[in-house]
Design a protein around this ligand. Structure first.
Ligand code: 1GP
Length: 234
């Protein structure tokens, strides 16, 4: 069975989309109905994942979300233990901005048994960490640094290395809770040469930022912290 880039990838590719990121580590199943009700009306996907998630937390989170919402769930795992068969798809990521073999290939190899035991759609994704003005959990966990936003050529060359390795998406990541998102200049520069689907996340807090990033060429935007803060304030 070919499970790479099926329906969910085709939907992402077909229009500008918004995903809300839910971290299983911070998820409370008893308030899932409130969470789903609070999702922005234009939400297309729910992403589930985090940097420090304990075994079993992803299953609890996906089970509750599946009961409460019809939206497709895409896994955005920080480790192979977060691969949960009840989800719909998986961003199968390699952290190409750093040189830690654990996140370039080892976690990916460890994930294969779980993936083969599921029917998850696989979306091959180049994951590029870019400096968002503060030290983020992904830097801590991966022990790699974000690329400087000033070195656009280095970023674009890294993105294109991912494309020529066969990835179909690039995730330009400023890190959860970043002070500022990946710049529109970077998104434009990537879009000018890459034919991959461009995902942008980290530090996106306002509708204006979303509009600017879409206008620059982003296909899918990911919002986590701003949604968590909105839920907390309710
Ligand atoms: C993190 O890109 C996502 O991996 C979302 O970031 O939490 O800053 O929205 P925020």
């Amino acid at each position: 069975m070919n499970r790479v880039n099926q329906n969910i990838f085709k939907t992402i590719k077909s229009k500008k989309s918004l995903a809300i990121l839910i971290d299983p580590d911070k998820f409370d199943p008893s308030s899932v109905e409130n969470l789903v009700t609070a999702l922005p009306h234009q939400t297309d996907f729910i992403l589930v994942g985090g940097s420090s998630v304990e075994e079993g937390e992803t299953a609890v989170c996906v089970t509750a979300l599946k009961k409460a919402s019809q939206l497709p769930i895409i896994l955005f795992p920080g480790s192979y233990q977060q691969i949960e068969p009840q989800a719909d798809a998986l961003f199968f990521m390699s952290l190409l901005s750093g040189d830690n073999p654990e996140y370039l290939i080892h976690q990916q190899r460890k994930s294969i048994d779980r993936i083969l035991a599921s029917t998850l759609e696989i979306i091959p994704t180049a994951y590029i960490l870019i400096d968002g003005g503060c030290y983020t959990s992904v830097e801590k966990v991966s022990q790699t640094q974000g690329l400087s936003q000033d070195d656009i050529k280095y970023i674009v060359d890294t993105v294109m290395a991912g494309e020529f390795m066969g990835k179909s998406c690039v995730y330009l990541e400023a890190g959860s809770g970043a002070d500022y998102p990946v710049s529109t200049e970077i998104v434009k520069a990537v879009k000018a040469v890459s034919s991959m689907v461009v995902i942008v996340g980290g530090g996106i807090r306002t509708i204006e930022q979303q509009k600017e990033l879409y206008d620059a060429g982003a296909d899918l935007l990911v919002v986590g912290t701003a949604f968590e803060q909105q839920i907390e304030s309710l």
